[in-house]
Design a protein. Structure first.
Length: 164
């Protein structure tokens, strides 16, 4: 009888993801890889990097650093799972040109350094340097809005707003 009265309401939380790298935005649909372009891993945006510094787009916890250091996963405070994938087909570089500044379990603040990479090495040896940022649990979120920006500054310019 009083179930609805005392039932805990699910909190609606909104977070904004800033650019993970300096550069120019690329619509996910324009990323030259069907896994990202067809949003098989989730919704988001990509950036063509101007340099090799990747920063945290949001406050959260590092839940995965790939052994090849080409990608990192962050759990945001609202439950969003964020994947930053540096370049395309970069797993084949086996870590060459990548330096991780974080480990699984670390807590990060928006703008904290995550990974440094050699833009020349990735540009020469990978399919592309374009860097997707994906909300991998898109289906668990109530709304994801992609901000229309061109040139972006890492850790400063908001690119994606995620509502749970």
């Amino acid at each position: 009888m009083f179930g609805k009265l005392f039932k805990k309401k699910e909190e609606v939380t909104v977070i904004a993801l800033t650019a993970p790298v300096n550069g120019k935005t690329v619509a996910l649909e324009d990323v030259p890889d069907p896994v990202f372009a067809q949003k098989m891993m989730g919704d988001g945006i990509a950036v063509e990097p101007a340099d090799g510094e990747v920063v945290a787009p949001v406050d959260g916890k590092i839940v995965q650093v790939f052994p090849t250091k080409h990608a990192v996963g962050i759990l945001a405070e609202n439950g969003s799972e964020i994947l930053i994938h540096i370049g395309l087909e970069t797993v084949s570089l086996d870590g060459e040109g990548f330096i991780s500044h974080v480990e699984e379990g670390d807590r990060v603040k928006q703008g904290d350094s995550l990974i440094s990479f050699d833009l020349e090495v990735v540009g020469e040896k990978a399919k592309s340097t374009v860097t997707p940022m994906i909300v991998t649990n898109t289906d668990d979120m109530s709304e994801i809005t992609i901000e229309g920006k061109d040139a972006v500054t890492a850790g400063k310019d908001e690119l994606v707003v995620v509502k749970k």
